[in-house]
Design a protein around this ligand. Structure first.
Ligand SMILES: Nc1ncnc2c1ncn2[C@@H]1O[C@H](COP(=O)(O)OP(=O)(O)OP(=O)(O)O)[C@@H](O)[C@H]1O
Length: 449
């Protein structure tokens, strides 16, 4: 049951196709960058029992083909200021899912079209946004019987690879991290401590020391993902029994190379980011104390930084030159390319249908609506001859250094040997004998190296 606010579209249709900007064959040859607007979807989850008990009204309704979020001002009669303000607001999104939308419908209308691009060298990002308990993890991870975007995307990705593997060679690798209390943890190798973000010469963000695991099929990635999820910080709060206390980022990198030898030895590198953000929360609503409260403060601070970047970027997109401060949080540094650089990006905003979450829903809708103005510049990532030359040059200099080191070692051993044969003893007082351990001549045995 997917429909946009505004004119009707059925599930699977969208105003701006995330994959709809796949370059034509001629533009693919030149690989120009193409401006693309963020695709923004809204998902309204079903009401739950606790909300039914507590809530005065369900605020999300379907009126004809349109999804309408309504709140009767009479419910809030004490809030005169608010009641006097005009409360009607129209938000138009690329696609809207109500409580009946299936996981498959959400996947097909938001993400499926990105897969072909990723295997042929384009970056893509899908991120779930919204307050705590609104359904982000449900959309991204889903359940065993009804998997979410992660597994559906990975299945399609490997199917697309399989379909073209007669002509192309692929390598696929993945990494999985969380940002918890403003530090980055490797979910595939949690004992590695906190990781650093670094910017490379081209301005792309890299995570120093992150584990990248090569993989050849979706079940393998899912196994790694399940392993990583066990390490992800999740705790019950008053608002959500399984609240994610961290932002989780799954990155899948696909390298594609033609089997037909060509002079450029071109390799296309597509990166797919799938991000399950932690949810913003009101301290009063979550009734958090101590550790939970500190986590909540970090979550809110980083989401505020994300909101500020969205606001600045949306104004930039609308022609006013704005400074965008990505450096305010690890989350915004990591999402820099997804929001303001080279990526086809889809935001799936989430809200609860219950009126007790009216404020959270309103804020989410405002930011999601702003995000629609953000434009990225999408360009295929090509590694060609010059890239390979740079790689070989660096390998050659490493080998040169190694050779110099070995030469110096041999020279030392020669000197030692001649000292022994001229009657001198080594530091352990042995001369001309055989080593008890490796049986080598004392001058070249294991103990002397
Ligand atoms: N579309 C849906 N259909 C059925 N159940 C849903 C749906 N969306 C969410 N839920 C249920 O609502 C609860 C909260 O969802 P979820 O944990 O995905 O929220 P969240 O936004 O990730 O929260 P947090 O930010 O606290 O991690 C879960 O029990 C989940 O199973």
């Amino acid at each position: 049951m997917a429909s946009p606010l505004g004119s009707p579209l059925s599930a699977g249709q969208r105003r701006t196709g995330a994959g709809g900007l796949a370059p034509s064959p001629s533009s693919a040859r030149k690989d120009p960058s193409v401006e693309q607007q963020l695709t923004v979807a809204l998902r309204i989850r079903p009401i739950n029992e606790a909300e039914l008990e507590e809530t005065a009204a369900i605020i999300a309704h379907r009126v004809g083909d349109q999804m309408v979020v309504l709140m009767d001002p009479s419910e809030d009669s004490d809030d005169i200021l608010r009641a006097n303000r005009s409360r009607e607001k129209t938000f138009i999104f690329d696609v809207v899912f109500d409580h009946k939308a299936t996981q498959e419908e959400v996947y097909v209308s938001t993400t499926k079209n990105l897969v072909e691009g990723v295997i042929s060298g384009y970056n893509a990002t899908i991120f779930a946004y919204g307050p705590t308990g609104a359904g982000k993890t449900y959309t991204m991870l889903g359940t065993d019987c009804d998997p979410g975007i992660y597994i559906r995307t990975l299945n399609d990705l490997f199917k697309a690879i399989e379909a073209t593997s007669d002509n192309m060679d692929y390598t696929v690798s993945m990494s999985y991290l969380e940002i918890y209390n403003e530090v980055i943890r490797d979910l595939l190798n949690p004992s590695s401590g906190f990781l650093d973000l670094r910017e490379d010469a081209r301005g792309s963000i890299q995570i120093a020391g992150i584990t990248e695991v090569s993989t050849t099929n979706a079940p393998e990635i899912m196994q790694l993902l399940t392993k990583g999820n066990k390490e992800r910080t999740q705790e019950p709060t008053a608002a959500n029994k399984t609240s994610s206390r961290s932002h989780a980022v799954l990155q899948v990198t696909v390298k594609q190379k033609s089997r037909v030898k060509n002079i450029n030895e071109e390799v296309r590198v597509g990166r797919l980011f799938m991000v399950d953000l932690a949810g913003s929360e009101r301290a009063a609503q979550t009734r958090n104390r101590g550790k939970r409260m500190k986590e909540g403060a970090h979550i809110n601070r980083s989401l505020l930084a994300l909101g500020n970047c969205i606001s600045a970027l949306s104004e930039k997109g609308g022609s006013r030159a704005q400074y965008v401060n990505f450096r305010d949080s690890k989350l915004t540094r990591l999402l820099k390319d997804s929001l303001g650089g080279n990526s086809r990006t889809v935001m799936i905003a989430h809200i609860s249908p219950a009126s007790i979450y009216f404020e959270e829903s309103r804020t989410t809708l405002i930011y999601a609506y702003r995000a629609k103005n953000i434009k990225t510049r999408v360009k295929r990532n090509l590694l060609n001859v010059s890239y390979h030359i740079a790689q070989y040059t660096s390998i050659i200099s490493d080998l040169r250094r190694e050779i110099e080191g070995l030469k110096a070692k041999i020279e030392n051993q020669e000197k030692e040997k001649s000292a022994v044969s001229s009657g001198l003893r080594d530091v352990q007082g042995r001369a001309g004998s055989r080593c008890w351990s490796c049986q080598g001549s004392i001058s070249i045995c294991c103990a002397s190296s």
